[in-house]
Write a protein that binds this ligand. Structure first.
Ligand code: DAH
Length: 340
């Protein structure tokens, strides 16, 4: 027996000689101390030892087991210490290194324009109202004096979701929702996305508009003109003037197209204004009495004006952007040039 014990001790010494990690140590440990390990097997064999020899044998085996356990524990402690130190040094963070600067974002030109418009018009007492992008045919067309067979429907190629349901083609739809729910005085500004089945160099199937509506007693075209003068100066610069040209929209009568004097050349004529000295910026007019009536507002007591503009168009003019697609591509090299 003593021989066997010596042999096992020797095997253990050899096995742990080059052990490098606590994990492989664990594997070696199992070979000797595990349930089917060499020492455990010896202990099981005690059954075959004659009873008178058992006490001395038992002593020897217990001593072997203790010796083995102590040996493994000592090596394990040494290896774990080394492993821990290595982990500490591998995961060390140099807190004195300079931090990485967070990349700062920039507002999209559309957002800048919308924010500026909201700020200009809220200064004049307008409230913001946002209507739904999915609209009923009624709000987008019929209530705006554009019934089903009206030729003006052709002005806007429409995405229909169902016979009565569509993606709004104009934020004007929101005017009706406001007038149905609120009695004059009304003074609202309504920004939002609109959709038209149109896609070429100067048209996008989705774009943004800003709508305005004022309804009260005694509102005239002069009020519209005065407000537009103020808006044009604030958004394009002090010297800028406005002019109204006759136009047609079903929901306004009279209807006008609004130009601003060219802020690039001061009205002399240049590439931006195509030599005319004027740049078209929005559509407007006096709210058609049929539209007021449809919303339960008496047109003999109340009058109003409305206007609608394309946000991308204003952004392109204001920031000198020559290609509308830049506003839709999300290229950060373009976008980061705009700081609010
Ligand atoms: N909804 C018109 C369009 O999308 C723009 C417009 C014109 C809006 C005149 C108005 C308005 O409120 O009075 O072309």
């Amino acid at each position: 027996m003593q021989e066997k014990i010596n042999e096992i001790e020797q095997q253990i010494d050899e096995a742990v000689q080059d052990v490098q990690s606590s994990k492989s140590l664990q594997e070696i440990k199992l070979k000797f101390l595990g349930r089917t390990g060499k020492i455990s097997e010896l202990m099981k064999n005690m059954r075959d030892v004659p009873p008178e020899q058992r006490p001395s044998m038992g002593k020897l085996l217990n001593a072997l087991r203790q010796w083995t356990e102590e040996k493994f524990n000592a090596i394990e402690k040494r290896l774990k210490d080394i492993e821990l130190k290595k982990r500490y040094s591998d995961e060390k963070i140099d807190v004195t290194l300079p931090g990485r600067a967070a990349a700062d974002g920039a507002y999209h030109p559309n957002t800048l324009v919308v924010n500026e418009l909201v700020s200009i018009f809220s200064g004049m007492g307008f409230e913001v109202f946002e209507g739904p992008e999915i609209e009923n045919d009624y709000y987008n067309f019929t209530a705006l004096n554009t019934p089903a067979d009206h030729p003006a429907r052709d002005m806007q190629d429409t995405f229909y979701l169902a016979p009565e349901l569509l993606l709004r083609t104009q934020t004007s739809a929101g005017q009706i929702r406001v007038m149905e729910n609120k009695k004059p005085p009304i003074k609202i500004l309504s920004p939002g996305k609109v959709y038209r089945s149109d896609d070429d160099a100067t048209h996008s199937p989705m774009f943004s508009q800003m709508e305005g509506l004022v309804v009260d007693k005694g509102i005239t075209l002069c009020d519209l003109k005065g407000m537009l003068d103020e808006f044009a100066k604030k958004i394009f610069g002090e010297g800028v003037k406005t002019r109204l040209r006759p136009s047609y929209f079903p929901f306004t009568e009279p209807s006008v197209e609004v130009d601003v004097s060219c802020f690039e050349c001061g009205g002399k004529g240049c590439r931006l204004c195509k030599g005319t000295g004027w740049i078209e910026v929005l559509g407007a007019g006096m709210v058609n009495r049929r539209v007021l009536e449809g919303c339960g507002i008496d047109p003999d007591i109340y009058t109003g004006f409305a206007f609608g503009m394309g946000v991308e168009r204003i952004a392109m003019l204001k920031y000198g952007i020559n290609n509308m697609k830049l506003l839709f591509e999300g290229d950060t090299r373009f976008l980061k040039q705009f700081k609010g």
